[in-house]
Design a protein around this ligand. Structure first.
Ligand SMILES: [Zn+2]
Ligand SMILES: [Zn+2]
Ligand SMILES: [Zn+2]
Length: 111
C-alpha cells in the first residue's frame, strides 16, 4: 500500500511541471497571434507589420521588407537577399533585374 501511495505522489509531482509548461506555451502562442496586422497577413492579405518586422504575401511570411515590397508588385532589388522582383516575379540575377526594369539586355547572362 505504501508503494502505491508513493508511486501516486511521484506521478502527481511529475505531471505538475508538465502542465505548467504546456500552459505557458499556449500563452506565448496567444500573444503572438494577438497582433492584428499579422493576423490579417496570415488570413491571406498582403500586409507588412512594422511592429513585428514581418510581412505576409498569400499567407506566407516574408521577413525582409525589400522582398515584401518586391512580392507585392514594386520593382525592387534586394541586396540583402541577392534577389529582385519585377512585376512580383522573382529575378535571381541583378543584371537581369536591371535589364528588365530598364529594357536593356543582361550583360552577365548574355547568350
Ligand atoms: Zn505583427
Ligand atoms: Zn530581401
Ligand atoms: Zn542575368
Amino acid at each position: 500500500m505504501r508503494v502505491i501511495l508513493s508511486l501516486f505522489l511521484l506521478l502527481a509531482v511529475a505531471t505538475i511541471p508538465l502542465q505548467g509548461c504546456s500552459s505557458s506555451k499556449e500563452m506565448s502562442a496567444a500573444s503572438a497571434s494577438a497582433c492584428e496586422m499579422c493576423a490579417k497577413g496570415k488570413a491571406g492579405e498582403s500586409v507588412w507589420c512594422d511592429g513585428c518586422e514581418a510581412g505576409y504575401v498569400d499567407s506566407a511570411k516574408v521577413s525582409c521588407a525589400s522582398c515584401y515590397a518586391g512580392k507585392t508588385g514594386n520593382d525592387t532589388w534586394c541586396e540583402g537577399c541577392n534577389a529582385g522582383y519585377v512585376n512580383a516575379e522573382k529575378v535571381a540575377c541583378k543584371g537581369c533585374y536591371t535589364a528588365q526594369t530598364t529594357g536593356t539586355a543582361c550583360t552577365s547572362c548574355e547568350g
